[in-house]
Design a protein around this ligand. Sequence first.
Ligand SMILES: CC(C)(COP(=O)(O)OP(=O)(O)OC[C@H]1O[C@@H](n2cnc3c(N)ncnc32)[C@H](O)[C@@H]1OP(=O)(O)O)[C@@H](O)C(=O)NCCC(=O)NCCS
Length: 171
Amino acid sequence: MNVSLFSSQYLVRYLSEIDIKAIYDLCHNNSLYYQYCPPFVTEQSIVDDMKALPPNKEAADKHYVGFYDRDQLIAVMDLIMAYPDEKTAFIGFFMTDISVQNSGTGSSIINELCTFLISIGIGSVRLGWVKGNPQAEHFWHKNGFIETGVTYDTETYTVVVAQRDLKIPGY
Ligand SMILES: CC(C)(COP(=O)(O)OP(=O)(O)OC[C@H]1O[C@@H](n2cnc3c(N)ncnc32)[C@H](O)[C@@H]1OP(=O)(O)O)[C@@H](O)C(=O)NCCC(=O)NCCS
């Protein structure tokens, strides 16, 4: 997939093991996220996430990408195409660098991504956040994601599944 089409504002490219230090630097400052979604990030957990796939998906469906402002990594996204169904894209992970937070960067990336997904015929975007994480809940609500009513429990937290219907004008 030509991931550079995800954004007109930022350079988007696939991330690999050579980027782990930069990804770690971005992630480890987001302590609130890891309070709700432990364990805390490590370089090994990033390596594992780079390879992790939902059931019945293949590496070709996974787009683990970085968004760059010139040479600064400002966001990381794990996008799984056609999951859980052909017309749905799934955001497994999305995080912005704290230096750019609360200035609309995350929303702008998500909105541009949705525009791209519409252009290739995707009808909805799905994701989950940890129940009670105020930052994640506020951000995804602000960006048009609505709880599906489905939640699932892990040993340490509950995940709220939410979806944005790309056919709703304005979202
Ligand atoms: C969630 C995240 C991606 C948002 O990125 P961003 O670049 O700050 O996005 P925006 O600037 O477009 O929007 C941030 C919104 O979150 C709000 N926000 C920030 N911290 C908050 C908090 N602790 N509680 C409630 N809302 C909060 C901001 O006020 C802003 O909303 P507003 O415009 O209505 O005021 C970023 O905070 C992040 O990476 N967090 C850690 C990872 C994470 O939680 N990812 C989502 C996991 S499911």
